[in-house]
Design a protein around this ligand. Sequence first.
Ligand code: NAD
Ligand code: ZN
Length: 399
Amino acid sequence: MRALTWQGKHDVRVETVPDPQIVNPRDAIIRITSTAICGSDLHLYDHVIPRMKSGDVLGHEFMGEVVEVGAGNAKLKVGQRVVVPFTISCGDCFFCQKQQYSCCDNSNPADKQDVSEVGFGYPMAAAFGYSHLTGGYAGGQAEFARVPYSDVGPVVIPDGIDDDKVLFLSDILPTGWMAAENCDIEPGDVVAVWGCGPVGLFAIQSAFLLGAHRVIAIDHYPRRLALAKQLGAEILDFEAVNVREALAEMTGGIGPDACIDAVGLESHGMSPDNILDHIKTATFMATDRLHALRQVILATRKGGRVSIPGVYGGVADKFPIGALMEKGLTLKSGQTHVQKYTAQLLQMILDGKIDTTFLISHRLDLEDAAEGYRNFKEKQNEFTKVVLKPRSGRRDSLH
Ligand code: NAD
Ligand code: ZN
């Protein structure tokens, strides 16, 4: 089959690789009809997440048609259309039972000395196409994918619903939702969101649905800020204003009740701390650039809440621990527990309460995925979300 493979920093290529096979009875094979490039994929593209191997198949946001089901899965049927959560979760372990699916203890087969166990204290759960840190599973920017624990994750989509309407149930829609839910929004709350990429935009939408009175969105790309405005947010261009001062001014001097970091470890901007982070990461003296997170913690009102969906991978430099503690902030974070949210969010899509299609700026043939990565990285203003279509997954070629 054809698949997008990682070859090194800023080098991804569509190649012919072996077709996936059923390995365990609970596996299924999906013929992919739509797959997207995520901001998280950019962290792999930029090689700031470790344990990538040349030839790894990328992609963790995908959906398609079930073409084969293992003997141990009585739930899925060949021919069904499904969206596949990016988190691979067994459904049975201590964590899955608590619906903390992105903490699954069984899905990552890494050995005991796995980097995440050494660096994070415990090994990470598995995800599709996201380095050997998360199990080294082949991803879904491909014609086919093997889905482990396929009786737990895949969401069956009713006939007649376009891929574009439901594809983002795989990751960014639940991620935006969980980011907002982690703000414990109360009536009258002002929520500020750093980053108007897909995650930030869905966090804005979700914050309103969960009862936020006002949402303030921060970025520097006009097109992305315009989308935030369309969703009802007030907007701040961090290159044009002092964000902390502007937020204080907009909130009667007290700061937002809750702040969301939808930026992650590759913060943009020419502030002195970010320039220093650039130098330190380039010379292997630091891992993550957390300018946005520093600003989030400093801007949040006393006693407020901080939610971090943005991905971080290492240890933090100049982290404002004093502000976090002295202001009595609550902090929630995590890879998204996707399976916890899919049924509820699918229903909201079907009921017309959530529309995700506004986000898609480009649809490309899977064969052009390398160009899609380059543009999603370098032309973020115009490329808000890239959806890839494998040729074999096109409706007209389905049997
Ligand atoms: P993206 O790269 O498309 O968007 C990031 C946005 O942040 C960009 O628009 C950029 O201009 C903006 N930004 C950069 N520096 C900023 C700053 N200093 N202040 C304000 N805005 C700034 O990415 P995305 O797809 O929206 O993902 C965002 C983050 O969420 C990434 O770190 C991604 O890895 C992470 N993510 C996490 C999960 C999860 O499970 N927790 C799931 C998906 C994505
Ligand atoms: Zn993603």
